[in-house]
Design a protein around this ligand. Structure first.
Ligand SMILES: [Fe+2]
Length: 146
């Protein structure tokens, strides 16, 4: 079942999850201050989870017969998530940035999930369900450090 909207949604999801994974790893490396240990550990758990998820999403695109995007150039073109700032970011700003990213991704994933549900693409629905739960929990765990 090849549906261009389904592929576009999965490709955007792959791009956004990949860029969020890198941003989370960036913050894992660069976080400083009294919250260092807690955020360093939390960010590691989150980017590790995302690494497995991006693989699922990419392979779903392949299973539907399309090429999976796999370069930062392509990801940046189709992602609404932005890369981490190049300059120094303090821990509170990291918390704000990631909380916003997780919350805004959830909104897009809910739309993609509804589209997938409409065309009875149950496998993609279940991928979106897993991601939505993860991002809701991730946003909560991050913003609880404020
Ligand atoms: Fe590490």
């Amino acid at each position: 079942m090849k549906n261009q909207n389904a592929i576009t949604a999965l490709s955007q999801t792959l791009a956004e999850e990949y860029l969020l994974m890198l941003k989370t790893q960036n913050f894992h490396w660069n976080v400083e201050g009294p919250l260092f240990y807690s955020l360093h550990k939390l960010f590691e758990e989150q980017y590790t989870f995302l690494a497995a998820q991006v693989d699922e999403v990419a392979e779903r695109i392949r299973a539907l017969g399309e090429r999976a995007p796999g370069s930062y150039r392509e990801f940046l073109k189709i992602s609404k998530v932005e890369e981490a700032p190049a300059d120094r970011v303090n821990a509170m700003r990291m918390i704000e940035i990631l909380n916003d990213d997780h919350e805004s991704i959830v909104k897009r994933l809910e739309q993609f999930r509804a589209q997938a549900d409409e065309i009875k693409d149950n496998t993609s629905v279940s991928i979106y369900d897993g991601l939505i739960s993860f991002h809701q929990k991730a946003a909560w765990m991050i913003r609880s450090h404020r």
